[in-house]
Design a protein around this ligand. Structure first.
Ligand code: PRP
Ligand code: URA
Length: 210
């Protein structure tokens, strides 16, 4: 497993506003989308391309286009949905599949309540979107789901992570080709399983349920 923490002053600036408890839901939503676009630039460095011949107004030349099969983007509902637009802006030809997961706030165990994904992911590059990687239970379950369907190349893009969640993923996904791209790696989890300093409950702040 490879972990890449994006290091850019614009990301840190936007993250600071996102973390602020006084940031209202509409601003929070806009920032999640903007951060996603910045993280997508990092997260898609390994996107597969193939050569293509084109004609400029001046001469023929060789360029590249995104290779077939098209990449698959998988936002984890609910909070991952807030990142989707930021990603599809950069990769508009990608296919989008959905996984609905909710963490039980007492046991911290994830359950999957919805799934709309292609049956066969052999040869597909998959990009999983979830703003929060806390215990890592939800992301591990989502990635294992994709691996079981034949995916061999998975990148997860998260806005914040806790070291405990990364350690859990490392152990659960040992030997698999998985890359994790983060906006920031925070200090720890608190006793309720929240990321510290974090930003609170991403889904609630995105969709105004606080
Ligand atoms: C949040 C978040 C992740 C998960 C992270 O979702 O978006 O999916 O918790 O926690 P974990 O790493 O400990 O599994 P939540 O289950 O609250 O659902 P929501 O997106 O519907 O708010
Ligand atoms: N889910 C969130 O939305 N925030 C956290 O800090 C942990 C899990």
């Amino acid at each position: 497993m490879r972990v890449h923490v994006a290091d850019h002053p614009l990301i840190t600036h936007k993250l600071t506003v996102l973390r602020d408890v006084n940031t209202p839901s509409p601003v929070f939503r806009a920032l999640v989308e903007e951060l996603m676009t910045l993280l997508a630039y990092e997260g898609t460095r390994g996107v597969k391309v193939e050569p293509v011949e084109i004609q400029t107004p001046v001469s023929p030349t060789t360029g590249v286009r995104i290779a077939e099969p098209r990449p698959l983007i998988v936002p984890i509902l609910r909070a991952g949905l807030g990142m989707l637009e930021g990603m599809t802006k950069l990769v508009p030809t990608a296919e989008v599949g959905f996984l609905g997961m909710a963490r039980n706030e007492e046991t911290l165990e994830p359950t999957t309540y919805a799934e709309r994904l292609p049956d066969d992911l052999t040869g597909r590059q998959c990009f999983v979107l979830d703003p929060m990687l806390a215990t890592g239970g939800s992301l591990a379950a989502a990635i294992e789901f994709l691996l079981k369907r034949g995916a061999t190349d998975v990148t997860a893009i998260c806005i914040l992570a806790a070291p405990e969640g990364l350690a859990f993923l490392e152990q659960e996904l040992e030997g698999h080709d998985v890359t994790i791209v983060l906006g920031a790696l925070d200090e720890r989890l608190n006793e309720l399983g929240y990321i510290v300093p974090g930003l609170g409950d991403a889904g609630d702040r995105l969709y105004g349920t606080v």
